[in-house]
Design a binder for this molecule. Structure first.
Ligand code: SF4
Length: 143
């Protein structure tokens, strides 16, 4: 049995209203959809829609904070801990493949509202524009 619980997204300062579906027996959030809020008007960004699996498995986030992790066998495969060199080469290789196949506008960068500050956001937009070759750079709070 699930119950609906309306709340505010805690990720950024936009304050979007969310309707959570909570599995009462397991006491777990199983789904999130937009609620009509003053700032979000029935929409959510990707984090508000999908960013809740870590609540049921805290290891998903905390492991990634300590070590880079890759799903080597694709989306359904388990996360494997790797070194920084392997992680950076993996990401660089995949971005290059996508750019060569579909062009730079097939790639988007999203900067973060939390923690890293203006300097990191500046570096991110420079990377997307000068290295990747696209203007597809945005900010997580813009829905
Ligand atoms: S913009 Fe996204 S992260 Fe920010 S409050 Fe809304 S849903 Fe949450």
């Amino acid at each position: 049995m699930t119950k609906q619980v309306e709340s505010i997204c805690p990720y950024c300062g936009a304050g979007c209203h969310i309707m959570f579906s909570v599995d009462e027996a397991a006491n777990k959030i199983v789904d999130a959809v937009p609620a009509k809020g003053r700032t979000n008007d029935g929409t959510l960004c990707l984090k508000g829609h999908y960013g809740w699996d870590f609540l049921n498995d805290p290891q998903i986030l905390t492991k990634r904070l300590r070590h880079p992790m890759i799903r080597k066998g694709g989306k359904e495969s388990p996360l494997e801990e790797v070194g920084w060199d392997e992680a950076i080469h993996f990401v660089a290789g995949r971005l290059t493949e996508i750019k060569n196949t579909y062009g730079p506008d097939a790639i988007m960068g999203t900067a973060s509202a939390r923690g890293p500050g203006n300097e990191a956001a500046y570096v991110m937009q420079k990377f997307m524009r000068a290295c990747v070759g696209t203007n597809n750079i945005d900010h997580c709070a813009r829905i």
